[in-house]
Design a protein around this ligand. Structure first.
Ligand SMILES: Nc1ncnc2c1ncn2[C@@H]1O[C@H](COP(=O)(O)OP(=O)(O)O)[C@@H](O)[C@H]1O
Ligand SMILES: [Mg+2]
Length: 583
């Protein structure tokens, strides 16, 4: 009930359309409830009573009622549909907006296919309930109450006989609900699983083919698909039992009315017209009963879907701005890690990190994969919150910053490049929508991307596929670099961003970046010594701890881990001349 209540709360904005639709619905029901009374008059007064003159006006009245009915039926479905579409639009926008506000940690836990199925199938389930469920529910409730009142006042005795089967029908519907509701939850969950499998398969199709695992993938899908089928069949089996029972009970009602009514007419206790009218009312009584199961079905689906949608809407962001956050006019770009520790849930990753990067200087972070480099830089933009200690930008804790202000100071080139299916220019402009074409080209030149872009048939207008398909890994990285440069950030963060380009290109990019890095605080995560040796300070991370800290010269003198790395990288070049230069 709580879920239904919340769904209805979302729709209160569009209540006007719903009210109009309900008015049309009531007119429709009213006409249907009056029609048997006209039949009764025709039978009693015209056919049996011989009042021929009444026939034409009564028929005209019936005809008029039909025309009005046609109009209100049209308006009713149109407005209910419109109402539900409006609500869907709001709810979907709300959900999308909400998803934008959720932190990295939410996306660590939730799979794309699952979220997609909530954004589509579940929202549609709610819409169908608003479009059809509510109107049917209202319609049938009014029919049932209206008809019961009419038949009981027309003839109490025959009325009771007519209604005799209704408790059985209600009981059946209740049983049906108990069985079918859990099945619906399972169906929705299974559909989400199917979505996830499909989405992962399509995203990872190149890996699938590279490892020739198509057969495995097909089996995996078939298994889930089969489960989905079984769950749906289970639900439809319940359905299949429900309808014959309902139909049987309805038929009994019909037989009872004709038999009992007929004998009453024969005994002269009732007129024929009343029995005819009863016959007309019978289906208005039975239909709501029959529909009960179907309505329960719709409501059960809406509740299941509602739960899944609200679960996301209720997920608050663990990363929240404080009231009246820090929003400076200018940012210097000074970064301080003060006794920072960090864990993903329970897994401790970073342990008591301390370092200071003065504005405009360059820091390089080196360390084995999994040592925690990416985790460090994720803390600067407050994509995760520290477990203890503090990360400060310009001396202000990042938790006190306005997130928008803080992140607008950052130009991040991530380890895994993600590009949108847009033109190359569009992708670079993503970093700074206000940039001009010259800015874009300048950034592309620095990133060593301009030349290969110009070689493409449409140049900057070339549309690249999803996630940058159609470009090589190195080309994608270079576009990502341009995207960060065009942003003109105070703090530039490069997470292993030249891993996919060759040495020579890397060297060229590094040379060009020197210009960009001037007056900007820069974080470089890299494995090649050539990329880090000019940094103002270098920190070596091992298992989430700083094990060495200094500049190239001091670390070389120390003859520790850094020295070993340098030696390893230059081991084949053993001319004394070269050794002296590098070491
Ligand atoms: N989103 C995450 N959830 C849980 N653990 C993570 C997540 N990202 C990284 N880790 C773990 O944190 C450790 C450090 O990862 P990361 O900072 O990415 O290392 P690096 O960038 O140095 O390769 C690894 O052990 C990794 O398994
Ligand atoms: Mg990393």
């Amino acid at each position: 009930m709580d879920i239904i209540h919340r769904i209805l709360k979302y729709s209160s904005k569009h209540i006007g359309k719903a009210v109009f639709a309900v008015i049309c619905l009531m007119l429709n029901i009213g006409i249907n409830l009056i029609s048997p009374q006209i039949s009764k008059i025709i039978v009693n007064d015209v056919i049996k009573g011989g009042l021929r003159d009444l026939l034409l006006p009564l028929l005209l009245l019936l005809l008029f009622a039909s025309v009005i009915k046609a109009a209100v039926i049209y308006l009713r479905s149109r407005y209910f549909e419109q109402f539900s579409q409006d609500c869907l639009y709001d709810l979907r926008n709300h959900m999308y907006t909400h998803l934008q506000g959720l932190p990295y940690s939410f996306y660590d836990k939730n799979r794309v296919g699952e979220l997609m199925s909530r954004m589509t199938g579940d929202l549609e389930g709610i819409r169908v309930f608003l479009a059809v469920g509510i109107s049917t529910l209202l319609e049938n409730a009014v029919y049932f109450i209206g008809t019961t009142a009419i038949v009981l006042t027309m003839n109490f005795e025959l009325g009771i006989v007519t209604m005799a089967a209704t408790p059985f029908i209600a009981w059946c519907a209740y049983r049906f609900n108990k069985i079918v509701k859990p099945v619906f939850s399972e169906i929705r969950e299974q559909q989400a699983v199917l979505n996830t499998v499909t989405q992962e398969n399509i995203s990872g199709v190149r890996v699938v083919k590279a490892f020739a695992r198509e057969a495995f993938e097909i089996r995996k899908f078939e298994k889930e698909n089969l489960l989905n089928q079984e769950k749906n069949i289970e639900a439809s089996r319940t359905w299949a039992k429900y309808f014959p029972i309902m139909d049987f009970l309805s038929s009994i009602c019909l037989v009872a009315v004709i038999w009992y009514g007929g004998s009453m007419v024969a005994a002269g206790r009732i007129d024929l017209g009343t029995v005819v009218a009863f016959n007309g009312y019978l289906w208005m009584l039975i239909m709501p009963m029959n529909m009960l199961g179907w309505m329960i079905n719709l409501a059960a689906q809406a509740i299941t879907s509602g739960q899944r949608v609200f679960e996301i809407l209720d997920t608050g962001s663990s990363i929240r701005e404080k009231e009246d956050p820090y929003r400076p006019e200018e940012c210097r770009g000074e970064v301080t890690f003060d006794h920072v520790s960090f864990a993903y849930r329970d897994q401790k990753i970073l342990k008591d990190l301390n370092f200071h990067v003065s504005a405009g200087s360059t820091i390089a972070i080196m360390g084995a994969t999994g040592s925690g480099k990416t985790s460090i830089i994720n803390l600067i933009g407050r994509f995760y919150d520290v477990t203890s200690g503090s990360v400060k930008v310009d001396g202000v804790d990042v938790r006190d910053w306005s997130m928008q202000s803080l992140r607008s100071q950052l130009g991040i080139i991530m380890q895994e490049t993600f590009l949108f299916s847009d033109t190359i220019e569009g992708n670079i402009l993503y970093g700074n929508p206000g940039a001009t074409r010259e800015d874009v080209e300048r950034a592309a030149r620095i990133a060593n991307a301009h030349e290969f872009i110009m070689e493409m048939p449409m140049g900057y207008e070339t549309i690249i596929g999803e996630r940058g398909m159609g470009l090589s890994g190195g080309q994608k990285q270079r576009i990502a670099i341009a995207r960060a440069i065009v942003r003109n950030p105070r703090i530039l963060i490069m997470d292993d961003c030249t891993s996919a380009v060759d040495m020579e290109t890397e060297h060229e990019i590094q040379e060009a970046l020197k210009e960009v890095m001037k007056n900007r605080t820069t974080f470089i995560i890299a494995h090649r010594v050539s990329s880090v040796r000019n940094a103002d300070q270098i920190i070596i991370i091992d298992d989430g701890q700083i094990i060495e800290h200094g500049d190239h010269e001091s670390l070389m003198e120390k003859r520790g881990r850094y020295y070993e790395m340098v030696k390893l990288q230059y081991k084949d070049i053993d001319t004394p001349e070269f050794q002296r230069q590098v070491i």
